[in-house]
Design a binder for this molecule. Structure first.
Ligand code: HGY
Ligand code: MN
Ligand code: MN
Length: 414
């Protein structure tokens, strides 16, 4: 298949740059939180590009967007590809977007080559892959997979106390949330193109990563109640400083993640909210949000148990109250051998170098794996940097990913 001629990398890079301008922050910083004004504008832009490619567009009750290239046998379950366009605050322009706009470009390449899919090919733009607004990642794909129920979803609120229930309606997504759940078999197979968000491919000078496993993410919320008071008048012996207790927990999590001896165990505290947050007032309440992952779920869970034990010991020693709440603890995903074989053949046909690897970041494919066979294609990103404005993937890397994705889609949809 003569891919090179049809792949318009310039058009794709221009579209990625145009999408990156749609941000709640000053470009090149990308901030695009779900159901925000920037998210709405970005959705409209991507939908216009999909319409330009003649795709049929459908949005579900939570905003997951499906852009379908009808196959010659439209009743067959389609081949899905796609990712997300929402972005955490102070992010870059490639995370998720490469899989959405690269997936669209792969479809356009096949259209221009005159390829006719037997199975329809459906580009999916998932709602809220990032946990920023509601504290839980992969909101849209979780609901599609039935992992998050409508009742659980409508109970979610953002930091300002606004409910997902109201926000999705204000964003124009109506309809029954029950209709978001997809049956197994709705997709024949699903594959996602994404930047690696790690350093390996670039360090080893490789074009493509064939993802065999997606790490198991967990998030635990920790609420610490101490005693506030005057930072000057209250003497040290009687203090119950909630932030000092939290500081011990931050280090306990780091030590627990390192203690498994496995390089795949990771942990951090990404959110720390201090109340009342006045310089001369002893912190009386702290909320921590922790992110703990591993490709081995049992090993990850052992870190969670160690952290819970540290909470109990600390509460007793410091005389503070500590409550823990699991936000999510998801199993890892194993990618499908048949899709991986098709990807590997496509990489060979395209003359690309590749290796099999795990994904340490989670992705919507982690939840699509509950309802369909999935696999992921990684491309390098400079220095492995992601979730930062200096995140970067070269046109050559992106072109290689789209080339291999297009070939794989053609093989799977035939
Ligand atoms: O956090 C993650 O792994 C993903 O980038 N949301
Ligand atoms: Mn991300
Ligand atoms: Mn992502």
């Amino acid at each position: 298949m003569e891919m090179r001629a049809s792949l318009s990398i310039d058009r794709l890079i221009a579209e990625l740059n145009a999408l990156a301008q749609i941000s709640a922050a000053e470009p090149p910083v990308v901030t695009r939180v779900v159901f925000s004004e920037a998210d709405q504008r970005a959705r409209a832009y991507v939908k216009s590009l999909c319409q330009g490619a003649g795709l049929d567009i459908h949005e579900d009750a939570i905003g997951n967007t499906f852009a379908r290239w009808q196959g010659t046998e439209p009743d067959l379950p389609p081949i899905g590809t796609g990712s997300h366009i929402d972005a955490i605050p102070n992010a870059g322009m490639y995370d998720g977007c490469v899989g959405v706009l690269g997936g669209l470009e792969a479809i356009r390449v096949l259209q221009q080559l005159g390829y006719k899919p037997r199975r329809s090919i459906e580009l999916v733009i998932f709602t809220a892959e990032e946990p920023t607004r509601f504290g839980i990642g992969c909101l849209g794909s979780r609901m599609m997979a039935g992992v998050l129920t409508p009742a659980q979803a409508v109970a979610l609120r953002d930091k300002e106390g606004r409910s997902l229930k109201d926000l999705r309606i204000d964003a124009g997504f109506t309809g029954l949330l029950e209709s978001v759940t997809l049956s197994a078999g709705r997709f024949h197979q699903f594959l996602e193109l994404h930047i690696e968000q790690g350093p390996i491919l670039e360090q080893e000078g490789l074009d493509i990563g064939l993802v065999t496993h997606i790490a198991a993410p967990a998030s635990m919320r920790i609420l610490i109640e101490g005693e506030g008071g005057h930072a000057g008048g209250k003497l040290m012996p009687g203090r119950k400083d909630a932030l000092a207790a939290a500081a011990e927990l931050v280090l306990a999590l780091e030590a627990a993640a390192k203690s498994t001896g496995a390089i795949d165990t990771v942990g951090t505290v990404g959110v720390c909210e201090v109340f009342p947050g006045a310089v001369n007032s002893i912190p009386s309440r702290v909320k921590l949000e922790t992110d703990i992952r591993d490709i081995d779920a049992a090993r990850r869970d052992s870190v969670i148990e160690t952290l819970k034990a540290a909470c109990a010991e600390l509460a007793q020693r410091r005389g503070v109250a500590i409550k823990t709440e699991m936000v999510n603890a998801d199993p890892p995903a194993t990618c499908d051998a048949a899709i991986l074989a098709a990807m590997e053949q496509a990489a060979k046909d395209a003359g690309k170098t590749y290796k099999k690897m795990v994904s340490r970041a989670y992705h919507d494919s982690l939840f699509m794996a509950r309802i369909a066979p999935v696999a992921m294609l990684f491309i390098p990103c400079r220095g492995g940097v992601s979730h930062r404005p200096d995140e970067y993937a070269s046109p050559q890397w992106i072109g290689s990913g789209v080339n291999v994705l297009a070939r794989t889609l053609a093989a799977l949809a035939s």
